[in-house]
Ligand binder design. Structure first.
Ligand code: BES
Ligand code: ZN
Ligand code: ZN
Length: 466
């Protein structure tokens, strides 16, 4: 996945990548030989963040590559343009950067992510072989960056694979592959067994598809360690059901398993770092389709918790499948329960695509996630579980409706719906995210995206790490 990154080998003689802090540029330049000053000036180079300039060596070959940066949370992205713009060759980050572990980790992460490509369905255009190779030092910061990049890469790949190749069964296979790599136990409750084992909402929503719905369950780590449970929305394709989406809204709906991709990416980070926790990952995996077996608007369905739900809209399917998984999760009384879901368009209206909405019944958890998110440039923004809106989910025919009659506050309404099923969880957070980059930026190409999992990993590591 990241074969543009290689290990630093002392025998090789790579071209050095020299990071220059934007505000230290003038100082740096004053110490340079006249020829360098002339070259820098001729190129109008000022080491603005994310900009690069190649300096010739004494023999006319490429001497070094300057890269401007600012050492703040966004520094990751200052380095992310290099893998796609450097000419073919072998490069290495300057040795003295290894003394600054924090900055090195950000630089290394940017260099990893800058080389991410989703090329599974494309003929080899020869570009891959010609990519620059970047050598990273064998230090802790590199290992941390690599772990993060692999978690993010997994999440992106799972989202980018189209629904014809990423149905509920393939999502289960992906969880099994991941589990195998780290010695986790993976099981799944499939099709009619969902009814037998009392997961009626997952069964109902998934029944309209020819591809059987399932609850995927991954368990890893010492049973006596603190329990962390991650729940991810795994709607492999969301047509909206009988409340069919218009084609423009349906087009991107392969990404509706983006929540499950986040929790698998995060699980990978936790397992690879060998954090001393007992991890459980639950993924209700379904396809929301139209067929003679599909559920209808106004149907009343059962849930694992025993709460009956009237279907006001078949397109509000995510909260239904999550309800059964959250009931199971909360019943185990984990120390921390996080769910990730591409749950509402309303969250995107409120906060835009780059800022997932965060809801929590625990202020410490919410504050921790928000603080880490801002510090790592993996932001989340808290919205309230506003008590006064609860009654909007009342139904005349059942215990609850799955939608509100009002078009306002949709992300909060969805979170309040989940809250009924996460009841009893002492520290629960719900993350409503886009899981998609709408345009290309260095290190963040158009397509599936990880959001909030670096923030969550740091919090789990700080709270439960060794
Ligand atoms: N998967 C969608 C939400 C979504 C849409 C997330 C676009 C990100 C981008 C979800 O299942 C859905 O369709 N929600 C409805 C809920 C409504 C019917 C109450 C929505 O947001 O319109
Ligand atoms: Zn939907
Ligand atoms: Zn959906």
């Amino acid at each position: 996945m990241y074969d543009h990154i290689i290990a630093r080998d002392n025998s090789a003689n790579p071209i050095t990548i020299t990071p220059i802090a934007e505000d230290a540029f003038k100082n740096w330049l004053s110490d340079q030989p006249e020829s360098t000053k002339a070259w820098v000036s001729a190129n109008g180079y000022e080491a603005k963040r994310g900009t690069q300039l190649s300096l010739p060596g004494s023999d006319g070959a490429l001497g070094t590559v300057l890269i401007g940066y600012v050492d703040d949370a966004k520094a990751i992205w200052d380095f992310a343009g290099l893998p796609t713009t450097l000419p073919e060759g072998i490069y290495a980050l300057a040795d003295d950067l290894a003394d600054n572990a924090g900055l090195y980790e950000k630089a290394a992460l940017g260099l990893y992510l800058g080389g991410y490509r989703f090329d599974r369905y494309r003929k080899d255009d020869g570009k891959k072989a010609k990519r620059a190779k970047i050598a990273l030092h064998d230090i802790e910061a590199t290992k941390r960056a690599e772990n993060t990049a692999r978690g993010i890469g997994l999440a992106r790949d799972l989202i980018n694979i189209p629904a014809n190749d990423m149905g509920p069964a393939e999502l289960e296979a992906a969880a099994r592959t991941l589990g195998k790599e780290f010695g986790a136990k993976v099981s799944a409750i499939i099709g009619e067994d969902l009814l037998k084992q009392n997961f009626p909402a997952i069964h109902t929503v998934g029944h309209g598809s020819d591809r059987e719905p399932r609850l995927i369950d991954l368990v890893w780590g010492d049973e006596s360690a603190p329990k962390i449970t991650l729940v991810g929305k795994g709607v492999c394709f969301d047509t909206g059901g009988y409340d069919l989406k218009p084609s423009s809204n349906m087009l991107l709906m392969k990404k509706d398993m983006g929540g499950s991709a986040q929790v698998l990416g995060l699980a990978r980070m936790i397992m690879a770092a060998n954090l001393p926790v007992r991890l459980r990952v639950l993924i209700p995996a379904v396809e929301n389709m139209v067929s003679g077996r599909a559920y209808r608007p106004s149907d009343i369905l059962q849930t694992r918790k025993g709460i009956t739900v009237e279907v006001g809209n078949t397109d509000a399917e995510g909260r239904l499948v999550l309800s059964d998984a959250l009931t199971l999760a909360a019943g185990e009384d984990p120390e921390m329960l996080l769910d990730f879901a591409t749950l509402t368009g309303a969250a995107r209206v409120a906060l835009g695509l780059g800022l997932p909405a965060l809801f929590s019944n625990d202020d410490d958890l919410a504050n921790g996630l928000m603080e880490n998110g801002l510090a790592l440039h993996d932001p989340l923004w808290r919205l309230p579980l506003w008590d006064e809106y609860r009654s909007q989910l009342d139904s005349k025919a059942a215990d609850m409706n799955n939608i509100s009659g009002s078009p306002f506050g949709g992300a909060i309404i969805a979170a309040l719906f989940l809250d009924r099923f996460a009841e009893g969880a002492k520290s629960w957070a719900h993350i409503d995210l886009m899981a998609w980059n709408p345009s290309d930026r260095p290190g963040r190409p158009t397509g599936g995206e990880a959001q909030g999992i670096r923030a969550a990993f740091k919090l789990i590591e700080d709270r439960f790490g060794k």
